[in-house]
Design a binder for this molecule. Structure first.
Ligand code: HEC
Length: 189
């Protein structure tokens, strides 16, 4: 029986493994720790740069300028972090403003699983040779300027958002609510 199985497994008629199949990746705990640390650093760099830019602009008082700066700067900051740190970073949500922010499937799966949770823990794990780190994002005071109930937004902000994001789902939040997540991946080498 064992022999049969062995033969069956080495049979040349077996289809070649596809990219979607789980591949055994040699696990090296030290390399995994390095990749996880890199991904965490990427999250800190991306989140920190984005938030300080956003708060600076909100502080200046014009929500529309702030929103457009935020919309243009987020991808640029993400690209810079990717170059500097060799990680891929992004922000996502189960109620997206920009559909391009959906992110990888594992991020969407985490969001779906945790939407109803109170203060869910994030993620830090290695799957198939990829370090994945995710940090939940909650609504704080300044976020309400652009993510609060639609009727509470300023007229210019509402106009800007509805023109630029016709399918915007990211209003109607209240303080402390789970808005989404910031995530990063780094290859284990
Ligand atoms: C000045 C307006 C403004 C403020 C304030 C603001 N956001 Fe946003 N937010 C936006 C815009 C515009 C986008 C879409 C950016 C894009 O096109 O990628 C966005 C996108 C996001 C996304 C990405 C997912 C998606 O829906 O596209 C997350 C997560 C997010 N915001 C969280 C927050 C949090 C948390 C705060 C408070 C710390 C905050 N935002 C404050 C305007 C704002």
């Amino acid at each position: 029986m064992l022999l049969l199985l062995t033969l069956a497994c080495s049979s040349s008629t077996e289809p070649a493994p596809t990219a979607l199949e789980t591949v055994d990746v040699a696990t090296d705990p030290a390399a995994e720790a390095v990749a996880l640390a890199k991904a965490s650093e990427g999250i800190k760099a991306f989140g920190g740069a984005l938030k300080s830019k956003l708060l600076e602009e909100v502080g200046k008082g014009d929500a529309v300028v702030a929103a457009s700066v935020c919309a243009q700067d987020a991808p640029a900051i993400a690209a810079r972090v990717a170059l500097d740190k060799g990680v891929i970073v992004g922000r996502s949500s189960s109620k997206l403003r920009n559909p391009e922010n959906a992110g990888p499937d594992w991020v969407q799966a985490w969001l779906a699983d945790n939407q109803a949770e109170v203060r869910p823990a994030g993620l830090s794990e290695v799957v198939d040779g990829e370090a994945r780190v995710l940090k939940p994002l909650y609504i704080e005071g300044p976020c309400l300027t652009c993510h609060g109930p639609a009727e509470s937004l300023s007229d210019p902000a509402r106009a800007f958002l509805s023109e630029r994001y016709p399918d915007d789902q990211a209003t109607g939040y209240s303080m402390g609510e789970l808005r989404g997540a910031i995530w990063a991946t780094a290859a284990v080498r």
